[in-house]
Design a protein around this ligand. Structure first.
Ligand SMILES: [Fe+2]
Length: 434
């Protein structure tokens, strides 16, 4: 296996971690009715119920099938329904049609989850030490896989609910008082000397294979914006004709926005001259102090061009975070049921703010293999490597990312036109020579 795993090998710790991750998925699904959980609002969105079943299928396929005595699938048909994209495992149901899977229902998926949970606990408790040592990294991959789907579940239900004519909230909350209308501090900059630096994961602790191997990169001196671009700044871009000026746009981006008629971020709508934003807590007036979110790479790039700046490369982002002393201390506005939305930047302190959480930050880097990258052997090798085409890297995590699932070397990726992810913008600039 070419994923890096942590040192968790004791059965009790593994079972406890397993229960923690699995129960969190069910907590996220709890506010949703079986009807909510069945809808697929566009090809990129999967029904909540499908996410709950697919992460269960992952443990059944990659752990139980190989190690459980006398293994038989819970339901053979589930391997067809809930395999996402693993060609080596076998045929699967069409992704854009997952919303047609009215049966099994949400309750049946819960029964499936319970069955696999019991078998996983039994397996972990019964394996000898040597076998557990071999199986533990795959189980740990299953935890991180399920956490990825916890974030996707929230992203996806946000889209589903946005198309309901009643625009219901996923969870009702008391709306926080409107933030300071003046917005956060003026954008500041953090200078980074550059030079021959290292990027990629190293040391103990989990990483996906696409974060490996750690390697050297040459960076010219540069600087990173000390916070994310705000809605207020985005409104200025729009008022200055940002969505109407071809000279600001990459060719593919211009074709996209003119073809689709985009004139604002994904979840924005205008009513009587006022912009509103759909969130997981309902539809609110756009708050100029909050980070802009749900913009595509094309929009992020056009904004940066309009501002006379650029997007950072992924190496600049990662090295900048490390240089700023924020590699180890992963804190920020990560998933928390009271927010599930990007928050205003804290007061300026001369360092990078909003590094983790709030919004995934678009970079100018294509999602490509690091030098020396090797996918794992077998079906699990399809996890990341085969998507290294026509996608851009995002860094940092967002307000839907589970705590414990963000790190400086994490490489998320989406096609440049995607904007249902909670994506935002941090600017970069040619640096001041140190
Ligand atoms: Fe998956």
């Amino acid at each position: 296996m070419t994923f890096t795993s942590s040192e968790v090998r004791e059965p009790e710790s593994l079972v406890s971690r397993y229960d923690e991750v699995r129960s969190h998925t069910e907590r996220l699904a709890a506010p949703l009715s079986p009807e909510d959980q069945t809808v697929q609002s566009m090809p990129d969105v999967s029904p909540t119920k499908w996410h709950r079943a697919h992460v269960t299928w992952f443990f059944e396929t990659f752990v139980l099938a190989d190690h459980e005595q006398g293994f038989t699938p819970f339901q053979e048909t589930y391997w067809f329904l809930f395999n996402s994209y693993y060609e080596a495992i076998g045929p699967r149901f069409s992704r854009p049609q997952r919303g047609l899977i009215s049966r099994p229902g949400a309750h049946d998926v819960g029964v499936y989850r319970g069955n696999v949970d019991d078998r996983m606990r039994d397996l972990v408790s019964s394996l000898d030490g040597g076998t557990l040592e071999k199986v533990a990294p795959t189980i740990e991959l299953g935890f991180h896989h399920e956490q990825q789907h916890q974030e996707l579940l929230l992203m996806d239900i946000k889209h589903v609910l946005s198309l309901n004519p009643l625009q219901p909230a996923y969870v009702e909350v008391v709306r926080p008082a409107s933030s300071d209308a003046a917005g956060p501090d003026a954008l500041g900059w953090v200078d980074v000397p550059g030079g021959l630096v290292e990027v990629g994961h190293e040391g103990s602790g989990f990483s996906f294979d696409n974060e490996l191997p750690r390697h050297q990169v040459w960076l010219e001196p540069y600087r990173l914006a000390d916070r994310l671009v705000t809605n207020g700044e985005w409104l200025e871009f729009m008022a200055d004709g940002g969505y109407r000026r071809a000279e600001l746009w990459l060719s593919d981006g211009w074709a996209k926005i003119t073809g689709e008629g985009w004139r604002a971020p994904f979840y924005w709508s205008e009513l009587d001259g006022v912009w509103f934003e759909h969130t997981l807590h309902g539809t609110w007036p756009v708050d100029p102090a909050l980070p802009v979110t749900h913009v595509s790479h094309y929009e992020a790039d056009a904004f940066a061009t309009w501002a006379g700046k650029r997007l950072p490369t992924e190496a600049e982002w990662e090295h900048g975070v490390r240089h700023d002393g924020q590699e180890a201390a992963v804190t920020g506005n990560l998933a928390n049921i009271d927010t599930f939305h990007p928050g205003a930047a804290p007061p300026a302190n001369g360092r990078l703010r909003q590094v983790y959480g709030d919004c995934w930050e678009w970079t100018s880097s294509s999602y490509l293999p690091y030098p020396g990258f090797h996918p794992a052997e077998g079906a699990i090798g399809e996890y990341n490597g085969k998507f290294m085409s026509n996608q851009m890297v995002l860094r940092g995590g967002c307000a839907l990312t589970p705590p414990g699932h963000a790190r400086a070397t994490y490489r998320n990726f989406f096609p440049p036109g995607a904007r249902w992810a909670m994506s935002g913008v941090r600017l970069a600039d040619g640096g001041v020579r140190a």
